[in-house]
Design a protein around this ligand. Sequence first.
Ligand code: EPU
Length: 302
Amino acid sequence: MIVGNFVNNLRNADIIKNRRLSEICTLGVGGEAEVFVEPDTPEEFQEIFSAVRGNRVYILGGGSNVVFPDGLVEGVVLSTRGLKKIHWLEDSRVEVQAGYSLQKLLREVRAHDLAGLEFAVGIPGTVGGAICGNAGAVGLGICDLLDEVTTIESDGNLRIWRKNDFAYSYRYCELANASRIVISCVMRFREKNPDDDDLLKNFADKRRNQPLEFRSAGCTFKNPESQSDKPAGKLLDECGCKGLRIGGAVVSDKHANFILNVSGASSSDIFKLVRICRERVLSETGISLEPEIKFVGFDDAP
Ligand code: EPU
C-alpha cells in the first residue's frame, strides 16, 4: 500500500482512492485502483511521476483497449484524460495533448478543412492512447501523422521525440513503455479535397461489420504479420469461436475478433475467453494470435 506519503506530497492533482476502473474502461470490467490521479497539466504529471517512482504505475488513456484485473489494483493509475489542450499551428499542424479525444480531433481537423485522419473514424479513446498503440485501420496508423511527440521520461524530465527518433509499425509504437508518458504531440495534416468526404464514409462503412453497439475493447487480437495468413477475425470465425461464452463475456456473432461484455462480465471472464480463443486457433491452425487488448497488472498473459 503506497497511499500515505504519496498523497501527502501532492498539492494540486485530485487523488481518488479506490476508483472503479470498470466505470472508465470501455469493456466495463476491472477492479478498483488503489490510487487514481488525473492531472490537468504536464507540470503536475512531472511532479506526480517523480513522487510515485518505485511504485507500480499504470498509465491510462481512454480505457478503450485495456483490461485491468478484478479486485484491488495496487499502485497508482495515472490518467491522461485531464490533458485536453489543443493549439493549431501554421502549416496545417496541430499541437494536441494526450487526453484529447481522437474523434473530437477528427472533427477539428475537418472543421479546419484539413484531412488525413479519416481512417480513425469511429476509433474510441484518446490521442495519447492512439499513439501508444499506433491505432489505425486498413494499413494506416496515427503514428504516420506525427511530427513530434513529447514524453515525460522516468527521471521526470520532458523529452521531445522527432518523427525519426522512434520506431513504429502495425499496432506498435516504441514510445509505449511503462517508464515514460506520452503527454502531447504535433501532427501534420494535408489540405482537404472533395474526395475526402467519400473517404470518410468508406472508412465508416468498413466498421459496419463490427458490433459497436456493445461494450468491447475493439479487436481482441492483432492480425497476423504474415501476409499469407488470414486476418484474426476470419481465423477465429473459421475455428468456430463465434458465440463462445464465459460468464458475461461472449465472442461476437457479428465479428469474431470482438469480445463483448453482454452481462456483467468480469476481467477474469475476458481473460479466460481470450485464452480459449487463442488456444483454439493455435491448435487448429498452428497460428499464435497476439492479443491487441492490453492486459495490465496481470501475473500472466492470456
Ligand atoms: N471476417 C470473417 N469473420 C469474422 C470477421 C471477419 O470472415 O467474424 C473476415 C472479413 O469478412 C474480412 C476479413 O475477415 O474478409 C477482415 O475483417 P475486417 O474487414 O472486419 O477487418 P479486420 O482486419 O478484422 C481491421 C482492424 C480494425 C479496423 C478495421 C477497419 C485489426 C486487428 N483490426 O479489422 O481495428 O477497424 O480493420 O476496416 O487490425 C481495432 O484495432 O480494435 C479494430 C477494430
